[in-house]
Ligand binder design. Structure first.
Ligand code: AMP
Ligand code: TRP
Length: 381
């Protein structure tokens, strides 16, 4: 069965988004371009980020920077929705005041990185009720077997990857909301009829699940949902500065393991200087044997545009210290305007952020309601 929203984004446009990753481009090209003319069937982009603290450099390079790039380069008739997915944050226990602060900070960050509310719709997930309605409907077709094989609930509960639902430790710890997290994510995407979803590599499994769920629904009830395509950022996985074999994350206990978008230049320099490398003071690019220094080269290459190999060659004759110094300056330079915009948005005494969020929720609700009318009609509701 052919999906209703097929890809019409151009080859060069996609290549620019995937950093020339030919595998990604091939995957993109394999989506049938039939039926979808850009005016009759415009592309819809959706992505989300959890309000669980100020976003870090991994979020930025893996997702937020790509969202802004899409906003600035996609064809005019492409519609875009970016959401603070606050209901997803509830899948692990939250403290109400903290969550409230993080929601606001997350929202301010999306504007500070350059999302323009007159071009892209920015909103809080919980303000658009259709997300949870579709979540329920999709849960009637979502496969328990598939969900039980997925990795996120296991990693969030510190359980081994090969654990099964039969295991008593898993059953004791697991809550339904965490288990069905991917169904809500599928609902986020499908309720907006999204055709493309820009995310970091760690979300690939969730995107596959969303495609599978869209296809299952379409197969049972008719062709309602496009099968969404992932747009994986060239910065697939930015690694922790303290444990460079793990991805940079909001939950790592050591705060020096991540650079926040709101860090001062001084903090950034300190964190980069204290980044864990190995006993070899030289610079070379070897992600398997030298993950620490390779991560620094990768981060630099995302700002600098040159390959890690070229950068390693340049720094071969100088020192790791000078690489760290240069990287600290590049990151600070790039993040400084974001930090300044963020600080002025967060200090703003008018209700600008609330007004943008309300307007975003209205636009997103109107778009989601179009889908829900079709879904309800299809189901006989
Ligand atoms: P989260 O903070 O888990 O809501 O993630 C928001 C977005 O950032 C998702 O698209 C993730 O794939 C992306 N992301 C999170 N951590 C990293 C990382 N270390 N490297 C690259 N992308 C990341
Ligand atoms: N699971 C995503 C993450 O942790 C956040 C998310 C929720 C999302 N819904 C989404 C991302 C829909 C893309 C599309 O990063």
């Amino acid at each position: 069965m052919e999906s209703p929203g097929s890809s019409t984004l151009t080859h060069s446009f996609v290549r620019s988004l995937t950093g020339g990753d030919t595998k990604e481009v091939r995957r993109w090209n394999s989506v049938p371009a039939a039926k979808a003319t850009s005016s009759a069937n415009p592309q819809i982009i959706f992505s989300g980020i959890q309000p669980t603290g100020v976003p870090h450099l991994g979020n930025y390079l893996g997702a937020l920077r790509e969202w802004v790039r899409l906003q600035d380069t996609a064809p005019k008739d492409t519609r875009m929705f970016f959401s603070i997915v606050d209901l997803h944050a509830l899948t692990v226990p939250q403290e109400a005041r903290q969550l409230k602060t993080w929601r606001r900070e997350g929202f301010a960050t999306l504007l500070a990185v350059g999302l323009d509310p007159s071009r892209a719709t920015v909103f809080h997930q919980s303000a658009v009720h259709a997300h949870t309605e579709l979540f329920w409907i999709l849960s009637t077709v979502a496969s328990m077997g598939y969900l039980s094989r997925m990795t996120q609930w296991k990693s969030k509960l510190d359980l081994p990857e090969d654990i099964s639902l039969e295991d008593s430790a898993a059953r004791a710890k697991l809550r339904l909301g965490l288990f069905s997290y991917p169904v809500l994510q599928a609902a986020d995407i499908l309720v907006h009829r999204a055709t493309h979803v820009p995310v970091g590599e760690d979300q690939r499994q969730h995107l596959e699940f969303s495609r599978y769920t869209a296809n299952s629904f379409n197969h049972l009830y008719g062709n309602i949902f496009p099968a969404p395509e992932a747009i994986i950022s060239p910065a697939k996985r930015v690694m922790s500065l303290k444990e460079p074999t793990l991805k940079m994350s909001k939950s790592h206990t050591d705060k020096r393991s991540r650079i926040l978008l709101t860090d001062s230049s001084e903090d950034i320099h300190k964190k980069v200087k204290s980044a864990l490398t190995d006993s070899d003071a030289s610079v070379s690019y070897d992600p398997v044997h030298r993950p620490g220094v390779s991560n620094l080269l990768e981060i630099l290459s995302h700002f600098d545009g040159r390959s890690c190999e070229d950068l390693a060659a340049e720094y071969k004759s100088s020192s790791l210290q000078s690489l760290k110094g240069h990287l600290g300056s590049q990151i600070s330079l790039h993040l400084q305007p974001i930090r300044e915009r963020y600080l002025s948005l967060i200090a703003d005494k008018t209700n600008y952020l609330d007004v943008v969020a309300e307007e975003g929720a209205r636009t997103a609700s109107a778009n989601a309601d179009v889908t829900m009318r079709r879904v309800r009609e299809t189901l006989g509701l």
